[in-house]
Design a protein around this ligand. Structure first.
Ligand SMILES: NC(=O)C1=CN([C@@H]2O[C@H](COP(=O)(O)OP(=O)(O)OC[C@H]3O[C@@H](n4cnc5c(N)ncnc54)[C@H](O)[C@@H]3O)[C@@H](O)[C@H]2O)C=CC1
Ligand SMILES: O=C(O)[C@@H]1CCC=N1
Length: 266
């Protein structure tokens, strides 16, 4: 176990998922985690994990050597102003806020503060996140710690900050895109005879199997698809119909539309 104390400021969907993932991982004891939020009802749910809860962000940040900010982009400026007094060159600031760059964060928090931008997805609650990490110039002594912390909650990839917007789309939004595929396949499954619950189980486990085929082999998806598509068979008929209706094109365009929304304008 590590001996650094961790604070999470803003524990909604993402901050809450990190708190749950951290506690499950045992990376730090729950008693070394402080969480703050302006909503008491949100804090009450997380208190059941054994973490300390605060409505005062500064108090929570003061308790920790590692401060994770997980508020909406339009709240980050106010929150950093509040907790600035608890930050220092010896502490670590981690922002999971999408679309707020390292320079802006340094301007708000202080240029001497070690800052990491980290982009997880909601599967972090189950310790199955894909988390992208980038760091500013002050972070060298802390990098191993931060990478290890997020490796305890899934897999990590270190990326240059320029790729953070793309990482947000592919990993963080990606969870929602994948779930939408599952929902659509389920709806088809119901039309051909399954109840919703069975259709969901069959589809979700099938997607899990598909991802494992790629993760364990490193194969390109088409190599695994070739093993399924019997000549003149059922699969290729369905796949070609999906493509006629724009399946791949709509996914690519969706990824690009999300990216356009978040990418810094050049
Ligand atoms: N939801 C997701 O899948 C992902 C979200 N993110 C980023 O994480 C951040 C948070 O997103 P969500 O968790 O989805 O939003 P959310 O709205 O679920 O959570 C934000 C939390 O911050 C609290 N809050 C607002 N103002 C506050 C303040 N002044 N002090 C303390 N707490 C305050 C809210 O009560 C809420 O519980 C955003 O910047 C988002 O871009 C990043 C990756 C994935
Ligand atoms: O949809 C959003 O803007 C945020 C960023 C990534 C996931 N949720």
């Amino acid at each position: 176990m590590n001996n650094k104390k961790i604070a999470i400021i803003g524990v909604g969907n993402m901050g809450g998922a990190i708190a749950i993932g951290l506690v499950k991982s045992g990376f730090v004891p729950a008693s070394d985690i402080s969480v703050s939020d302006r909503k008491e009802s949100t804090l009450a749910k997380l208190a059941e994990l054994g973490v300390s809860t605060f409505t005062d962000n500064l108090e929570a940040a003061k308790k920790a050597e590692v401060v994770i900010v997980a508020v909406k982009p339009y709240h980050i400026e106010g929150v950093l102003k509040e907790i600035k007094g608890a930050l220092s060159a010896e502490k670590i600031l981690i922002s999971i806020v999408s679309g707020v760059g390292m320079n802006e964060l340094a301007e708000m928090a202080g240029t001497d503060i070690p800052i990491f931008r980290v982009m997880p997805n909601t599967a972090i609650a189950l310790r199955e996140s894909l988390t992208c990490i980038s760091a500013n110039g002050n972070t060298a002594p802390h990098k191993d710690f931060v990478v290890e912390m997020f490796n305890n909650m899934g897999k990590t990839v270190e990326i240059p900050e320029e790729l953070m917007a793309a990482a947000t789309v592919l990993s963080s939004c990606g969870i929602a895109y994948a779930l939408r595929y599952i929902r659509a396949a389920m709806q088809g499954g119901i039309e051909i005879g399954f109840g919703a619950e069975m259709a969901q189980f069959i589809t979700a486990q099938t997607v899990k199997g598909a991802t494992e085929l790629l993760l364990q082999s490193g194969h390109h998806p088409e190599r695994e698809i070739d093993k399924v598509t019997t000549p003149m068979g059922v699969t290729i008929t369905g796949l070609n119909e999906m493509e006629h209706k724009g399946f791949s094109a709509s996914l690519i365009q969706g990824v690009l539309a999300s990216y356009k929304k978040i990418a810094p304008t050049k």
